[in-house]
Design a protein around this ligand. Structure first.
Ligand SMILES: NC(=O)c1ccc[n+]([C@@H]2O[C@H](COP(=O)([O-])OP(=O)(O)OC[C@H]3O[C@@H](n4cnc5c(N)ncnc54)[C@H](OP(=O)(O)O)[C@@H]3O)[C@@H](O)[C@H]2O)c1
Length: 264
């Protein structure tokens, strides 16, 4: 059995705990500074929660889950002693983390997203130089508890992951909200508008997954020439909505690069 030591017991940690708690392969511990939060975690998950981490060994997994701006301070008294380090902190590079952790390169950097909170996350993972195949498999097992995973070969590719799946839920909520507003403007009661929008997104995503067809092909299948859907899509195309989405993704990626540089 492997020990996972979480540093920071916030939302992301709780999402992982709720899914890993019944997995017999891991023993779970949390270091959390906030006393109210400590009490909540003990009660919710029946696990050991302390103010600080105990001494680690090379057999352990340290999962860094504090906010990026709190990380340097949180790592000041931490000795990894060769433990595998997993970091979900946005923007902090392996080089920066290594500098704060006595030079270890046994680090996996992870970019998760918020649907991880319900086990439907999408995370990008990058392995630093001293990460073994077994380490990669452990990191993947842990993140698969809260969703799906994809490995990237270059650390810089995590900026692209940020721009697609990291920030992606916000793009989807933006579209959902626009459709909801349009439904309300057309006189639909709010509860019915919400249900119609929700089920359209859920149903379309599941149809795409189950059919395995290209998104473009699926779109063509609901668009008959001269019909109602074609009238709506012509408006999107005239406004070059696909180009606008590309620009939004690029803006996100550029901001991620810029913030990464600022954080060193
Ligand atoms: N939530 C997401 O979906 C998501 C997505 C992508 C990436 N991430 C990354 O995941 C990380 C965690 O996010 P989160 O939403 O779970 O944050 P969060 O809810 O703020 O949790 C962080 C927790 O760590 C505690 N903490 C801070 N410094 C500490 C220290 N020195 N020792 C022990 N505990 C300490 C904080 O206590 P206080 O409240 O007292 O400061 C807080 O309870 C972040 O780095 C974020 O970038 C999250």
């Amino acid at each position: 059995m492997k020990n996972i030591y979480f540093l920071g017991g916030g939302n992301m940690c709780a999402a992982l705990l709720s899914r890993l708690k019944n997995n017999g392969d891991f023993a779970l511990f949390v270091a959390e500074q906030n006393e109210e939060r400590q009490a909540f975690l003990r009660q919710a998950f029946d696990i050991t929660v302390e103010n600080a981490l105990p001494a680690l060994t090379a057999d352990d997994i340290l999962l860094l889950a504090v906010k990026p701006q709190d990380m340097q301070n949180a790592l000041q008294s931490v000795q990894t002693n060769g433990a595998l380090v997993l970091s979900i902190a946005a923007g902090l590079s392996c080089g920066t983390l290594s500098g704060w952790l006595n030079g270890t390169r046994r680090i996996v950097r992870i970019m998760p997203n918020t649907p991880a909170q319900i086990g439907m996350g999408m995370a990008g993972l990058f392995a630093d130089t001293a990460v073994s195949a077994d380490d990669k498999s452990l990191a993947q097992t842990i993140m698969n508890a809260v969703g799906k995973t994809v490995w990237v070969a270059n650390e810089d590719d995590l900026h692209t992951i940020t721009a697609i799946s990291g920030s992606g839920p916000a793009y989807v909520f933006y579209l959902m909200n626009a459709l909801f507003q349009a439904a309300c403007d057309l006189g639909m009661p709010q509860d019915k508008a919400r249900q119609s929008v929700l089920q359209t997104f859920i149903g379309s995503a599941q149809l795409a997954e189950q059919s395995g067809e290209d998104f473009g092909e699926l779109q063509r299948k609901v668009t008959s020439k001269g019909g109602t859907t074609a009238a709506a899509l012509a408006v999107f195309e005239n406004a070059q909505t696909d180009k606008i989405i590309q620009q939004a993704v690029m803006a996100c990626q550029n901001r991620s690069i810029e913030m990464g540089k600022q954080m060193g």
